[in-house]
Design a binder for this molecule. Structure first.
Ligand code: SF4
Length: 75
């Protein structure tokens, strides 16, 4: 399945967990709010690694989207 990671900025509380644990995948975007984003051109991650990345976020702001843009993050 064609999956990609996405950070929902309505949920991100700037905890920094994702940026700290996977700086190759996540970074803070510019601006005072320090919201995380998925770095463009980051590594190709397996589905398992993407699921691991989702688990990093304490407030479930890291989401998995399919190729159609639907949120398919496991509950
Ligand atoms: S772990 Fe979640 S809340 Fe913390 S910066 Fe990353 S996306 Fe935002």
């Amino acid at each position: 399945m064609d999956l990609r990671l996405y950070v929902d900025h309505d949920l991100c509380v700037s905890s920094g967990a994702c940026v700290l644990e996977r700086p190759d995948v996540f970074a803070y975007q510019d601006g005072p709010e320090q919201l995380a984003v998925v770095l463009p051109g980051g590594p190709e991650l397996s589905e398992e690694k993407m699921a691991d990345a989702v688990e990093l976020c304490p407030v479930d702001a890291i989401r998995l989207l399919n190729g159609a843009g639907d949120d398919v993050t496991p509950a």
